[in-house]
Design a binder for this molecule. Structure first.
Ligand code: ADP
Ligand code: MG
Length: 294
C-alpha cells in the first residue's frame, strides 16, 4: 500500500533528506548549485540549486521536473561529469570530482552505442577499456546479453536495432561493469509508450538482480511513480526539490502497478506539485491550480 505523500515534507532550502528506512547512505549532495555562463556572454544562468540530496543504498529514486530545470545538470554533477559551482558530492564516502567514480554507471537518453561495434562488442567495450581479463569479459558480457534479452542480436550492429533494443544495449553496458549506482537521464524518452512501460519492467528486474542504487531522471510522471521508491519533484529553474514522495511499493513490482488505485492518486499528487512549476518554466503565471484539485 502506498504511504501518504503528505508524510514527506521537504526541508527548507531544497533539502532532500527523506526517511531512509534501514538503508545506508550511498551518495550525498550538500549545498549543490550550478551556474553556467549565459549564451549572450553576459552574466550567468543559475541552473540548479542550492540543494541537498541523500541517495540510499539499493533504493530506486526518480526525479521529475519541468524542462530546463536542471535535471541533466543534477545527474551530471552526481556522476562527476559537471563540476558544481558550489557544494560537494560524495559517493560511498568519497568526494566525486572530475571523473565518473568506479562503481557509477550513466545511461543517457540518446543511445550511446558505438555504431561500428556489434552489440556484443559494445557491451564489452567498457570492460576491455578497464583491462579486464578475456575470460571475465566473455562471462560477464554473455550474462548481460542474456539478461537483457539480446541473445539473438549479439552479432548485429546498432543501426539494425530498434531504439528500445539500443537502450537495452546501453543498460547492458552498465550491467557488465557491475555498477553500484546507476544514473539514468530520460533513458526511455525517445521510445513509444508501450516500449517505455516494458523497458521500465526491465529496469526493475535489473534493479532487483543487481541491488544497485538507481537515480532515474524522467519527464514522465507515470514512469517515475511506477518505478521508484521515492519521487523527487523539482521546481522550475533553478531546480530544487519541492517535494519528496514515497510511493510505498513493494520491491517485487512491475508495470501492472499502474492498475492500482494508489498509482492514480500518487501520479495526481505529483502532477499537482509539478503543474505550477511547469507553467513557470513555460513563462506562464501559476493560475493557482497547483496543489489544488484537478
Ligand atoms: P533539464 O535536463 O532539466 O532540461 P538542464 O540541466 O539540461 O535541464 O539545463 C538547465 C539549464 O541550464 C537550462 O536553462 C540550460 O539551458 C542551461 N544549461 C545546461 N547546460 C548548459 C551549458 N553547458 N552551458 C550553458 N547553459 C547550460
Ligand atoms: Mg535534461
Amino acid at each position: 500500500m502506498a504511504a501518504s505523500a503528505e508524510e514527506e515534507k521537504p526541508k527548507a532550502e531544497g533539502g532532500a533528506r527523506a526517511r531512509p528506512g534501514s538503508a545506508a547512505l550511498h551518495a550525498q549532495l550538500k549545498g549543490i548549485a550550478k551556474s553556467y555562463p549565459a549564451a549572450e556572454g553576459h552574466g550567468l544562468v543559475h541552473a540548479l540549486g542550492p540543494l541537498d540530496l541523500d541517495l540510499y543504498a539499493g533504493k530506486f529514486m526518480a526525479v521529475v521536473g519541468p524542462s530546463g530545470c536542471g535535471k541533466t545538470t543534477l545527474l551530471e554533477t552526481i556522476a562527476g561529469l559537471t563540476a558544481p559551482s558550489a557544494g560537494t558530492v560524495a559517493f560511498e564516502g568519497r568526494e566525486v570530482k572530475g571523473r565518473v567514480p568506479e562503481g557509477v554507471g550513466v545511461v543517457f537518453q540518446e543511445d550511446a552505442c558505438l555504431p561500428w561495434l556489434s552489440v556484443w562488442d559494445n557491451i564489452a567495450f567498457g570492460l576491455r577499456r578497464a583491462g579486464a581479463a578475456a575470460e571475465d569479459i566473455r562471462a560477464r558480457v554473455d550474462y548481460a546479453v542474456s539478461f537483457m534479452g539480446l541473445g539473438s542480436f549479439a552479432g548485429t550492429y546498432p543501426a539494425q536495432l530498434s531504439g528500445g533494443m539500443r537502450q537495452r544495449v546501453c543498460i547492458a553496458r552498465t550491467l557488465v561493469l557491475e555498477t553500484r549506482l546507476i544514473l539514468l537521464d530520460e533513458p526511455f524518452g525517445a521510445l513509444d509508450q508501450q516500449t517505455r512501460l516494458l523497458m521500465g519492467d526491465e529496469l526493475l528486474r535489473l534493479w532487483r538482480e543487481t541491488k544497485a542504487t538507481i537515480l532515474l531522471i524522467t519527464h514522465a510522471i507515470d514512469e517515475a511513480v511506477m518505478l521508484a521508491d521515492r519521487v523527487g519533484v523539482m521546481s522550475a529553474r533553478p531546480g530544487r526539490f519541492i517535494e519528496l514522495v514515497e510511493t510505498g511499493w513493494p520491491q517485487a513490482r512491475d508495470s501492472r502497478i499502474v492498475e492500482e488505485e494508489a498509482f492514480g492518486r500518487l501520479a495526481a499528487h505529483v502532477w499537482s506539485k509539478l503543474r505550477g512549476e511547469s507553467m513557470k518554466a513555460l513563462g506562464r503565471e501559476d493560475d493557482g491550480g497547483a496543489g489544488g484539485r484537478p
